[in-house]
Write a protein that binds this ligand. Structure first.
Ligand code: ADP
Ligand code: MG
Ligand code: MG
Length: 904
């Protein structure tokens, strides 16, 4: 006979797949001798069976009855008994915690038969009717409504109706607290509740204990397939097949009177990590009251009081002996689980009971502090410490954040997508020029735009934060902001941005230029006014932690940087090289006027001679730019990509701009326009760009290669260590690489002759077109390295354009057609296959082929893990993501000891 039911002393913490996290830990606490009210777990297998067959396994009934008899024996009570009634709770609990997503019913077993006996026994009529009204509320909501698939309109559910009855009674009696309701009130309320349930649900509230029990058990199992639970699983990638367990447990009561209480606690502070017992409790209350926030809860002890609760008495001062008992349990639990625990407890008439424990959720700061503390305390080893901090947590440690206390008191007036992490406040401005201007005057500003484009970069750089009404997580503003580690919120659809009258309108709120707002870029929330900030990176342990992580890492981590400044930031964050230096960067933003003018001159040349002359003029700028970054990266590898974008992007738009350029060049404005039109690509992603430019205009390639090699030669002469990596973009055929290589070799020879330095270099290509993946073996014969340009490779593999995926991605995600944005995290099943195939074929042709990735995904933890498993040498990401990638790479090593990458 299969075993479907486990008494709490039959299971343990290792059985979480079968018993769910809550059940497994209730068993474990029981084994540790802690005061856990007795009960049993009905396994997750039953949930799966029930969902599939619509019925329970045949022997379940029998097993539940046996377990129930056991609980009755231990408690000396009987379920449904007139004199000594046992009451039960039915609690959900899956393998992984899904907070608030599934259901629990308390006080099961109260009915007309058991109520008088319980009153008699407890001599507390008020308590009994308080418990009963809770049962009716929970049961009608969870079992009679939700589990039946009834979906009332917002605010019209049975629970809302009953709650408004209770609120009405409190109002009539002039009560402010639930605790003021008398026994008589509650008795009357229960009668009202039952009438309403009958009216609304069309059937009576069940008065038979067994019916209540099985109704509750079934509802808990069904809540696995409730709407909320399903959508939560989609987001968290929890498989539908897991199922939830149902925990049936004898009730203990925190609401029996003033000697009873209920509370929740964390064995350490979950916000800061501080090694202090931290929690909240409420006298005379049942579990859900603490979370529901019906009253301000009391502090657990004296040292963790805060301004909201300092006038309330702590558990420590009110009941010192009970507090000590709880504090001992805290110590035992931490020693046992070797991690911070989140616990639920109840005190019934002076006796302490433990109702739950699990690994507690924590902020990034707390995760880091706890990991390092526990390492120092000898509670965990260094591997465990490295695994304890989620890579995504580091984001928070690297940026100033909105002070959580300040934020709790404020209410957001606008929400959008959390595109750039951290927090920022400032006065709102509506143009890039103003952002620069105001910042120069010493103001902090938030740049507010409908959406941003490359011409806004100066203002974006200057602003403390960026807010846009349109755009998705991979829009221009989002990419730029993340690259800089700048706080940014995009796609705040309710905002109307009137750049003309310089107003930000959200519903009835109108904010003028110069008014302050605050952004929480980690959560996508916008507040009015300037909220207090907190600099989380001040924690000195961050560096030590990262060093620990690096000790386990084999995958290299480089950065995508186009400027000296970014390169420096990335180096400080531990980047081991540059994986992508975009030469075109020098034509955008500050200081770009002159090189951009020369580039335009080159584009508008009519003869090869004219073009060569323009290229020659451009040369010193390109060399200077490359040299500056190479110098910062002394001793580390730098991959420099040859010019990539289609040329039309550099031809000015609009008559005025075109006329101005024509005037400076001494040509007709119509020539500028015509050239712009001739170069225009209706599909720029697939146009005349990358290596194709070099095939048509070899002098452009030649100039860039010369700039790279001469800059390196000069730096080598100055005592630096240089080994530039020349990367050809947008290739689809080995032939393109061979044609370009001829130029590279010739220029290399010439540079050697002129400078006397034989610059060591690598020659390779960006792999971003599926054909290049298919022919990876051919490509590898000509290329010494590959770098996966996973932005374009994703575009070309899916046929999705990164720039407008925001218009349909939400539908794809909602309908489960995609589980994530493939531009944020590598699509392992599709794009991932192309990558693996390229690695295999490439390394077969050239065993020492160096392979990296330089797409945005290079800073995404799941993608980093994938790259490690695929055997890449390194990932490259924006400077602020470098620590995230380092940690993700270290964790990949610890998770998959057998697989392996080979380092920078
Ligand atoms: P959740 O997972 O939403 O926290 P729980 O199953 O833990 O749901 O239960 C909800 C609340 O009911 C908690 O506060 C819990 O402490 C309380 N509770 C559950 N079972 C019992 C019980 N047997 N006696 C007293 N309180 C209980
Ligand atoms: Mg709980
Ligand atoms: Mg590309």
């Amino acid at each position: 006979m299969s075993k479907y039911v486990y008494f709490f002393n039959e299971g343990d913490a290792k059985m979480r797949d079968l018993l769910g996290g809550k059940g497994a830990n209730l068993c474990e606490m029981t084994r540790l001798g802690m005061p856990v009210p007795p009960g049993f777990v009905i396994t997750t297998e039953v949930c799966v069976h029930y969902a599939r067959e619509g019925a329970y396994p045949p022997t379940l009934d029998e097993q539940v009855n046996a377990a129930l008899a056991n609980v009755e024996k231990v408690m000396g009570l009987k379920f449904g008994d007139e004199r000594n009634p046992l009451l039960l709770s039915c609690r959900s609990g899956a393998r992984r915690s899904m907070p608030g997503m599934m259901e629990t019913v308390l006080n099961v077993g109260l009915c007309s038969k058991t109520i008088p006996g319980l009153i008699e026994k407890t001599r507390n009529e008020r308590f009994v009717y308080d418990a009963y009204r809770r049962l009716i509320m929970m049961y009608s909501d969870v079992v009679m409504e939700k589990a039946e698939g009834i979906e009332p309109k917002e605010g019209e559910g049975i629970r809302d109706k009953l709650e408004s009855l209770m609120a009405g009674m409190k109002k009539r009696r002039h009560y402010s607290q639930d605790t003021e309701l008398t026994a008589e009130d509650l008795k009357e309320l229960c009668a009202q509740f039952k009438r309403t349930v009958k009216e609304v649900m069309g059937r009576d509230f069940p008065d038979d204990p067994m019916e209540q029990l099985w109704g509750s058990v079934g509802a808990v199992f069904k809540s696995w397939n409730g709407k909320r639970a399903i959508s939560y699983r989609r987001i968290e990638h929890i498989p539908d097949e897991w199922g939830t367990a149902t925990n049936v447990q004898s009730m203990v009561f925190g609401n029996i009177g003033e000697t009873s209480a209920t509370g929740v606690a964390f064995t350490r502070n979950p916000a800061t990590g501080e090694n202090k017992f931290y929690g909240e409790w409420l006298p005379n209350a049942q579990g859900e009251d603490v979370v529901a926030g019906i009253r301000t809860p009391n502090p657990l002890n004296e040292e963790t009081k805060n301004p909201q609760n300092k006038h309330l008495s702590s558990l420590q001062s009110k009941w010192p002996a009970l507090y000590r008992e709880l504090d001992d349990i805290r110590t035992t639990l931490e020693k046992h689980f070797r991690d911070m625990q989140d616990i639920e407890f109840t005190i019934q008439d002076g006796t302490l009971y433990m109702l739950q424990c699990r690994n507690g959720k924590r902020t990034g700061t707390a995760a880091l502090n706890m990991a390092m503390d526990m390492l120092e305390e000898g509670l965990i080893d260094d591997r465990t410490a490295v695994m304890r901090v989620e890579p995504g947590h580091l984001d928070e440690l690297l940026h100033p954040i909105v002070n959580p206390d300040a934020e709790r008191k404020a209410k957001p007036f606008l929400t959008g997508l959390p595109a750039g992490p951290g927090g920022a406040f400032g006065k709102i401005v509506f143009t890039s020029v103003d952002a620069v201007e105001w910042t120069r005057r010493g103001e902090k500003v938030i740049l507010v735009r409908e959406e941003t484009n490359p011409e806004d970069v100066e203002g974006m750089r200057a602003a403390a934060g960026i807010l846009t009404a349109r755009g998705g997580m991979t829009s221009h503003a989002a990419l730029v902001a993340r690259g800089w580690g700048k706080c940014c919120i995009v796609g705040a659809g309710e905002a109307e941005v009137d750049a003309e009258s310089k107003e930000l309108v959200v519903g009835l709120t109108r904010l003028k230029e110069g008014e302050s707002i605050t952004l929480n870029g980690t959560r996508g929330l916008v507040y009015q006014g300037a909220l207090a900030m907190m600099d989380a990176s001040e924690n000195p342990r961050f560096q030590r932690f990262m060093k620990l992580a690096d000790g386990f890492r084999t995958l290299g981590v480089r950065t995508n940087a186009d400027t000296q400044k970014d390169a420096k930031v990335a180096r400080d964050f531990g980047a081991e090289g540059i994986g992508l230096f975009r030469t075109e960067h020098m034509f955008y933003g500050k200081g770009s006027d002159e090189p951009l003018f020369l580039l335009r001159k080159m584009i508008l040349s009519n003869t090869p001679e004219e073009r060569q002359a323009a290229v020659d003029e451009l040369y010193p700028f390109v060399k200077r730019d490359i040299k500056a970054t190479l110098e910062v990266m002394d001793g580390l590898p730098v991959t420099i990509r040859l010019l990539d974008p289609p040329l039309h992007e550099f031809v000015p738009q609009g008559e005025e701009n075109q006329a101005e350029l024509a005037k400076s060049l001494g040509i007709m404005p119509s020539d500028v326009r015509k050239r712009g039109e001739a170069l225009h690509e209706s599909n720029p992603m697939m146009g005349h760009r990358g290596v194709r430019l070099g095939i048509t205009y070899p002098e452009i390639t030649e100039m860039q290669v010369r700039a790279i090699l001469e800059a390196s030669a000069e730096l080598i002469k100055a005592g630096k260590r240089m080994k530039p990596e020349i990367m050809v973009p947008v290739t689809c055929d080995a032939g393109e690489l061979d044609v370009t290589r001829v130029i590279v070799d010739r220029v290399h020879d010439e540079v050697r002759k002129v400078t006397g330095v034989d610059v060591p270099f690598l020659y390779g290509t960006m792999i971003e077109i599926p054909r290049a993946c298919l022919l990876a073996d051919e490509m590898a014969k000509s290329a010494q390295f590959f770098s996966f340009g996973t932005n374009d490779l994703t575009q070309m593999t899916f046929g999705f354009s990164r720039d407008d995926i925001g218009t349909f991605l939400p539908d794809y995600l909602k309908q489960g057609l995609l589980s994530a944005d493939p531009f944020e995290t590598i699509d392992q099943s599709g794009v991932g296959q192309l990558i693996k195939m390229s690695v295999d074929r490439g390394r077969a042709a050239r065993p020492d082929l160096k392979i990296g990735i330089c797409g945005e995904q290079g800073g995404d933890p799941a993608s980093v893990e994938f790259c490690f498993k695929a055997g890449l040498n390194y990932v490259s990401c924006s400077p602020f993501r470098v620590p995230v990638a380092r940690l993700a790479a270290a964790q990949a090593n610890l998770k998959h000891k057998e697989a392996g990458s080979r380092g920078v």
